[in-house]
Ligand binder design. Sequence first.
Ligand code: SF4
Length: 441
Amino acid sequence: MSYILEERKKQIARVGGAVRDIDCGKVSVAGSVSQRACVFCGSRVVLYPVADALHIIHGPIGCASYTWDIRGSLSSGPELHRLSFSTDLREKDVVFGGIEKLRKSLDELIDKHSPKAAFVYSTCIVGVIGDDVESLCAQMEKEKGIPVIAVEAPGFQGSKKDGYKIACEALFKLVGTIEKPVPKYTINILGDFNLAGELWILLEYYKKMGIHVNASITGDGRVDDIRNAHNASLNVVQCSGSMIHLAKMMKEKYNVPFLRVSYFGIEDMSDALYDVAKFFKSDELMDAARKLVKEELGRLLPALSFYKQALTGKRAAIYVGGAFKAISLVKALRLIGMKTVVIGSQTGDKEDYKLIQQLCDDDTIIVDDSNPVELSAFVKETKADLFIGGVKERPIAYKIGLGFCDHNHERKEALAGYDGMLNFAKEVYATCMSPVWKFVK
Ligand code: SF4
């Protein structure tokens, strides 16, 4: 296949025969025009939903505008996170250094907005000119009496996944700096970003079970809750690609164990609740979880049957940020009668891809860190009816003439939980069955 670069061949596989390791977790091949974002963007998307923190981007204005309001993360209170501050570095700053500009910006913004903490992101050019952001942050922290955290994330220093790690390290600096007592059954939710209010659906489930959620990291996040996160009994980690590093560090330093879950689709959502109940070894919690699942399924399954009937036999291509989410999507699609024919992610690891190979039907194409040329060819070859992806995959789907479902951080429809499963079915139905596709040549 001439459209696949030689250096990328090991990052692509077809299901069938022996399961093999897919090459992944490496820097994108030059010239491949990867769908991935940069290191800075990786750190920004993870930290951005902390709503009462100041987020300032030390770099040229483009880095800030490119990530401005990048997630549809909703807040139930402050919305300081939605303002995108930048030092707007120009040629003169690049030649003489930008640290004074950053000092003045921090001084003014902290006084004006009284944030609970400040995250200071270093971009590519700061990595090149070498401004000492770390020292300035330490000085400002003393001066202003709030945590001021340097997020050293020049875009060129690795992949988006490295940005996740840098964000986890920034959050870890906050953890353990406040002591507040918490109830007996207390968890932290890691890796939900409250897109379209999804966190609030989950909070309702946990509340019904009698579980207290201490910190949500980072959807609808608050600095003080994160500072007290070490007092929870368990970290429940979704989107493990972005948050597993924080969970591991908290396990090591504070002995807080973690569970990996997914809140997408009936099966994984129910398992998430059961696994948390199992962790606390409480019959009371388990009974509450069973009752909740029974009630939700009683409502949901009859509502889904219409969509299943209409969509059975349709074929889907999935290309998302994290592979763990892709696994849930395969199961959710099966529930409405659909088959996955292409599946890929920007940041999956070997274990994720092994699981995908075991889960998917023969001939499914699996791809790591893909590009528009490959993705277009794969969906055409497999005759997909639907593409599930994010903002960069949407034009690929529409240009080819197939349905599209946004399952990335810009989405405006809540897709998590039982209500989310119904929203997902409705959205897939609306796009796949749209009469507009009849007019595509
Ligand atoms: S690659 Fe560099 S210049 Fe581009 S957005 Fe990322 S940090 Fe900014």
